[in-house]
Design a binder for this molecule. Structure first.
Ligand code: ADP
Length: 798
């Protein structure tokens, strides 16, 4: 059987109604039964009480006359009363006078009451003791009898006592019948209640069940137009009304939603169409942007290519110009010719400087300018600058003032090359734009912060020159910009110096400012922030001195690959006095062929050539087994970083940048070709001083030269070595060169010329190498002198 809570409403209602009606019926029946029992008993008592009185009255005579028989007969009349079980008559003294047992035997004779016998009436004394009201209270419904005790009174005197014991069978059977009747009524009523409740529950459950079915249908069909049918006006009717109202709202909302969805769909369709249109537009825009970007990239590449090309195209002929002037300088002695040649050299160098400036600027703008801070002594740099510009100061009669703060640390971590570039630009400008007065360089720090490992370095270049109008002070830092109306002829320049200076200051973490008043001069102030103060100086040991004049290469063949004939000729000329055989090739194809045929000891490879470039030639040569170990040096006019990176990546053994000087070439190839530095030089000049006698040099002249280079030459060399500044180096170089020219001694001329060239291009490394190689010069001259004295007739080409 299902638990109550799982029953349907129908059965719940039937069950409830049955329970309630059953319960009430039970209560009513019980009440009626109790009432019936009580009243039946009361009636019995009353009836028996009357009976005892009547019997008592009838027995008085028998008692008075002690007539037992009469008493017995009187008692026998009680037979008509089926409930009486036993009747006893006691005398006034409590003696049993007569008795009648109706159950045992109808003709019972009177005999004394036997006490203690089960079922026997108790003696009167006991009977009396147990009753207060004249009769015994028994248990009329549960005991099988009840007792009644009544005094027999005659003329106000108790003459005896009558005791009646009555059975309760009648009352019990009465009650049983009553119970049966109740059961029948109960069942009938229960059945009736069931039938009635089964019908009546419909009133409550049917609307609810219908409502449930409606809900189910709505849920299954998703049809909110269905309505529940209202069949009553009670709470269920209200519930159905509410439910229907809710359905109406849902339906309306559904309709609204549907309309909204339709509108949305329309909108979405519209927007999709618009978006598609816009996307087309956007695609076009993106495409345009893409094209613009590509165009910009192409333009940028074109610019870089242009710069690379320009650099290449200018460096290539400059290679020949500077190389051949270098060679020529050693060959001519005529001062006018020398002067012309010097102009060519100066012009060439200026051109190279301009190219370098442009390349620097494009490098900075492309973010490819790297800074390499190293420990430097700023005082030494200032000293060098003093030497460099000394001639100019004295030419213009300007006063040069330097002021380095006394508490400036000996060393600072700065990129020396870039700092030098900044200072040369600013001092160069100050000299250029000042006719009278002074130029002052001050180096200080913002505060004594270097104790914490860093300082802000302040460099001030002040002059008393023409000054800069206020409205031009910003403009001059732009590339190719000069003061308005500036006499180009008088001052020259390109307008790149300050642009580069400002950008260099910027990438070194600094700033540059100008303060100026027209006619009173200008102050340029560079502040380099957070310059590290190193604890110890890392000294860069100069490399082993190697003077190309001393180098004697063993016999070897060198393949020179270059599409420009004069570049090949130049290299050939450099090797003229050596044991090196030059093989020429004018493109990559020829290079591969020649390399395979001659197996050279070294290949000098130009990169840009028609038919096959240097990279392809390198690749092809490397594929030939016997050439795999042959050193190949790239010789390029391109100073662009990408090109140099590519060279390193492709497997070249090294590279040289055009224009290539003889010194650079010789020093570079010593890494790849066997050579020696012989003690005796075979060249032996015989005559000196006059051009006519230039091919002849004798021992006494050589002794003179030796004496001069060992006295003044040695002094100047010592100074140059000690100070290391460019002025002293140049001075020493000029002296040696002039000596060489005067005595037509090529080894001196070349030595001096190299030194001057390195000093002019601030090439510290080569200056140091050359200076350190100098002690071999007096030795060589001395050897020549000895040779000349031993072989006075020798006539050797110088
Ligand atoms: P350049 O010196 O090659 O013209 P710069 O970029 O170095 O290029 O200088 C740009 C211009 O700034 C100069 O042409 C000049 O007009 C002005 N200028 C620079 N320094 C000074 C100075 N110390 N005094 C006066 N004008 C100067």
């Amino acid at each position: 059987m299902k638990p109550f809570r799982y029953l349907s409403i129908k059965y719940k209602l039937i069950t409830l109604m049955m329970f309630i009606s059953g319960f009430i019926l039970l209560l009513a029946s019980a009440g009626v039964m109790i009432n019936e029992a009580v009243s039946f008993r009361g009636r019995m008592l009353k009836e028996f009480s009357t009976l005892t009185k009547v019997v008592g009255g009838n027995i008085i005579a028998a008692l008075t006359f002690t007539d037992h028989e009469a008493a017995r007969e009187t008692l026998a009349t009680l037979k008509v009363q089926p409930n009486i079980i036993n009747v006893q008559i006691f005398t006034a003294q409590g003696e049993l006078f007569a008795e009648y047992h109706f159950k045992d035997d109808q003709a019972n004779s009177i005999h004394p009451h036997k006490q203690g016998k089960n079922g026997d009436p108790p003696p009167l004394a006991i009977l009396k003791k147990t009753t207060e009201h004249g009769f015994l209270e028994g248990y009329p419904f549960f005991d099988d009898h009840f007792d009644l005790l009544q005094d027999i009174v005659f003329e106000n005197q108790v003459v005896g006592t009558i005791y009646i014991q009555a059975g309760l069978d009648e009352i019990r059977s009465h009650l049983i019948w009553y119970l049966i009747a109740c059961g029948v009524v109960f069942s009938g009523l229960g059945l009736g209640a069931y039938l009635i409740s089964a019908r009546l529950q419909v009133v409550i459950s049917l609307p609810i069940l219908e409502l449930t079915r409606t809900v189910q249908n709505i849920s299954d069909e998703q049809n909110y137009a269905i309505r529940a049918e209202k069949k009553s006006y009670d709470e269920l009717g209200t519930l159905i009304d509410g439910f229907n109202a809710m359905l109406t709202q849902i339906q309306l909302r559904g309709q609204k939603l549907a309309r909204h969805r339709e509108q949305l769909e329309e909108k979405v369709t519209l927007r999709t169409a618009e978006l598609a249109l816009a996307n087309n537009g956007l695609e076009n825009t993106v495409l345009e942007l893409q094209r613009a970007k590509e165009a910009a990239e192409i333009a940028n590449r074109a610019k870089s290519e242009f710069l690379a090309n320009m650099s290449h195209e200018i460096r290539t002929p400059m290679n020949a110009v500077l190389g051949f002037t270098e060679l020529l300088d050693g060959l001519i002695t005529d001062p006018i010719q020398k002067n012309y040649l010097s102009s060519v050299q100066t012009g060439g160098k200026n051109l190279m400087m301009l190219i370098n400036d442009i390349l620097d600027l494009s490098k900075i703008e492309a973010g490819k300018m790297d800074i390499h801070p190293e420990p430097i002594n700023i005082a030494i740099i200032v000293e060098e600058l003093t030497q460099i510009f000394q001639v100019k100061f004295s030419e213009k009669g300007l006063e040069w003032q330097t002021d380095i703060s006394p508490d400036m640390p000996t060393q600072l971590m700065i990129d020396e090359v870039r700092l030098r570039q900044v200072l040369v630009n600013l001092i160069g400008n100050a000299i250029k734009f000042t006719e009278h007065g002074y130029v002052r360089l001050a180096i200080t720090s913002a505060s004594n912060t270097y104790e914490s490992g860093c300082l802000d370095l302040i460099i001030t270049v002040e002059d008393s020159g023409i000054g800069i109008p206020e409205n031009q002070q910003k403009l001059i830092f732009e590339a190719f910009k000069q003061q308005d109306g500036q006499a180009t002829r008088q001052y020259g320049g390109t307008g790149l110096g300050l642009a580069i200076t400002q950008r260099l200051a910027d990438i070194m973490g600094g700033t540059i400012r100008v303060k100026s008043k027209v006619g009173h001069g200008s102050i340029f102030k560079v502040v380099l922030n957070h310059i590290e103060v190193p604890e110890t100086r890392v000294s860069s040991a100069p490399s082993k001195p190697s003077d190309e004049q001393q180098i004697v290469f063993d016999a070897a063949s060198v393949l020179v690959v270059d599409d420009i004939p004069y570049n090949r000729q130049l290299i050939k000329a450099y090797f003229r006095d050596t044991l090196i055989t030059v093989i020429e090739a004018e493109n990559g194809h020829e290079a591969v062929r020649c390399a395979q045929q001659h197996v050279p000891a070294l290949i000098l490879m130009d990169l840009r050539m028609p038919l096959m470039d240097g990279y392809e030639a390198l690749r092809k040569i490397r594929q030939i087994k016997k050439l795999q170990a042959t050193p190949i040096l790239a010789v390029t006019a391109s100073a662009m970083k990408q090109e140099l990176d590519k060279i390193k990546k492709c497997g070249f053994d090294g590279y040289m940048l055009k224009p290539v000087s003889k010194k650079t070439l010789f020093q570079k190839i010593t890494h790849f070709l066997p050579y020696s530095v012989p003690d005796v030089v075979s060249e032996l000049p015989e005559k000196i001083k006059t051009p006519e006698a230039e091919s002849e040099i004798n021992a006494s002249t050589l002794a003179e030269v030796a004496e001069m280079i060992e006295s003044k030459g040695a002094d100047l060399w010592n100074i140059a070595m000690k100070t290391g500044n460019f002025g002293d180096v140049k001075k020493f170089g000029t002296y040696i060169k002039q000596l060489g020219e005067s005595y037509t001694l090529k080894l001196l001329t070349d030595f001096g010329a190299d030194l001057i060239f390195y000093a002019g291009s601030f090439d510290v490394e080569n200056i140091m190498k050359t200076l350190e190689a100098y002690p071999s010069i007096p030795e060589r001259v001395e050897k020549l002198r000895k040779q000349a004295s031993e072989h006075p007739t020798s006539n050797i080409e110088t």
